[in-house]
Design a protein around this ligand. Structure first.
Ligand code: FMN
Length: 381
């Protein structure tokens, strides 16, 4: 689908991002510089007191790695298998709505970056452009996430459209029976759903969505089905019973129910409830190679990246997202060597132990250098 000219232009922009951004910290700076205050807060914020958001980070920061040494780690490879296909890293890009407000190319840009990197891209049903363009950009790496805005016939029509376009996994987000009160947006009088032709819908349909509707969906196709927003092992158990292929642990990046648990805190119980019958995916606060490896050590199959993806896109478009993936890949590869393993399969619970966090929990507590940023008011973060 891409011409040689496209490929050259892409290579040039990827190189420019490589020159400019040595770290993910700089991508966050770039986003803060380029995005309006409204969009910055839309991306960075959570609900009400933002305690769910902070607990995501707190959960990750409360774990320390236990390295093994004196092993031959010349052949470190962070690749893995997910839904029957090889992925270059144990991660994919989480669904993010309204990407066209962050960069005018919208979802096509991270979709292309993910595909170029050999990773899956999960398209949000409330982002622009539509599924035809984004599926073409993501190629064999296209996953689709649906917010339920209609009855079963409406859902089925969406499923069939994605199947026609070659979707590799179909996900329903189930933690959003009502849009939450995101105070950063409210004080700025910004409604993220306003500028989005796909983003508004009667919450009645999501509130009615239950296991009986899911069973009807399950019967439509044998495509891998994913439920996003599971936080209780009881629901993970039900998901297994109802034939869910992927349990996607998420608290929506702390953007839906406030005062919930951090996602990594519920990971062990959910892995246990899934008992190998469903894959387990997790997101919420994962922004570093070490973060990703902690989840893999605890039994997650894949980790998804939300905010950092949106910020990398805001900083430098497709090249920014690709650069973010390069940096995460470098971090993960180095960390695996320092842990003493060549493959993810070698990691087990012995590589992790509880520890005191070194920073107060904060959406960006894993980026201490942000403290030295003097270009903008840190209060906005
Ligand atoms: C700006 C933004 C928009 C989002 N839009 C959606 C969406 O449309 N559908 C969805 O299921 N989750 C959405 N999420 C949640 C992400 O898929 C993911 O669960 C969350 O961002 C993970 O946490 P992290 O941001 O700490 O990585 C959004 C998150 C952000 C930051």
């Amino acid at each position: 689908m891409f011409t040689a000219d496209d490929d050259e232009a892409r290579a040039r922009s990827y190189n420019a991002a490589r020159e400019r951004y040595n770290t993910t910290t700089e991508l966050i700076w770039g986003a803060q510089e380029r995005l309006s205050g409204q969009i910055w807060d839309y991306v960075a914020g959570g609900t009400e007191s933002e305690s769910s958001l902070k607990r995501n980070r707190m959960g990750i920061d409360r774990l320390a790695l236990r390295p093994r040494v004196m092993r031959n780690v010349l052949n470190t490879d962070p690749a893995t298998e997910f839904l029957g296909r090889t992925q270059s890293l144990p991660l994919f890009l989480a669904p993010v709505g309204g990407l066209q407000t962050i960069h005018k190319g919208g979802a096509v840009l991270p979709a292309r970056a993910a595909r170029e990197f050999g990773l899956d891209y999960m398209q949000s049903s409330v982002t622009e452009p539509g599924m035809e363009d984004v599926s073409a950009a993501a190629g064999d790496h296209w996953l689709y996430q649906l917010y339920v805005f209609g009855d079963f016939d409406w859902i089925k029509e969406h499923m069939l459209r994605t199947l026609d376009l070659g979707v590799k996994g179909f996900c329903v987000t189930v933690d959003s029976d009502h849009y939450s009160r995101r105070e950063r947006n409210l004080v700025r009088h910004y409604d993220a759903r306003g500028g989005n032709t796909r983003g508004r819908g009667d919450p009645k349909w999501r509130q009615e969505f239950d296991w009986a509707v899911f069973d009807k969906m399950r019967a439509v196709s044998d495509i891998p089905m994913m439920l996003k927003g599971i936080m209780a092992p009881e629901d993970a158990q039900l998901a297994v019973e109802h034939g869910v292929d992927v349990i996607y642990i998420s608290n929506h990046g702390g953007r839906q129910l406030d005062h919930g648990q951090g996602t990594i805190d519920v990971l062990p119980e959910i892995v246990q409830a899934a008992s190998g019958k469903a894959k387990v995916v997790i997101d919420g606060g994962f922004m570093r190679g070490t973060d990703v490896l902690k989840a893999i050590i605890m039994g997650a199959d894949m980790v998804a990246i939300g905010k950092l993806q949106a910020m990398a896109l805001g900083a430098a478009g497709e090249a920014g997202v690709y650069r973010m993936l390069e940096i995460l890949a470098e971090e993960i590869t180095i960390d695996m060597k320092l842990l003493g393993v060549n493959s993810l399969g070698e990691l087990d619970a012995s590589y992790l132990t509880p520890a005191a966090p070194t920073e107060a929990p904060h959406v960006f507590s894993t980026f201490p250098l942000l403290k030295y940023w003097s270009g903008k008011d840190q209060g906005e973060m």
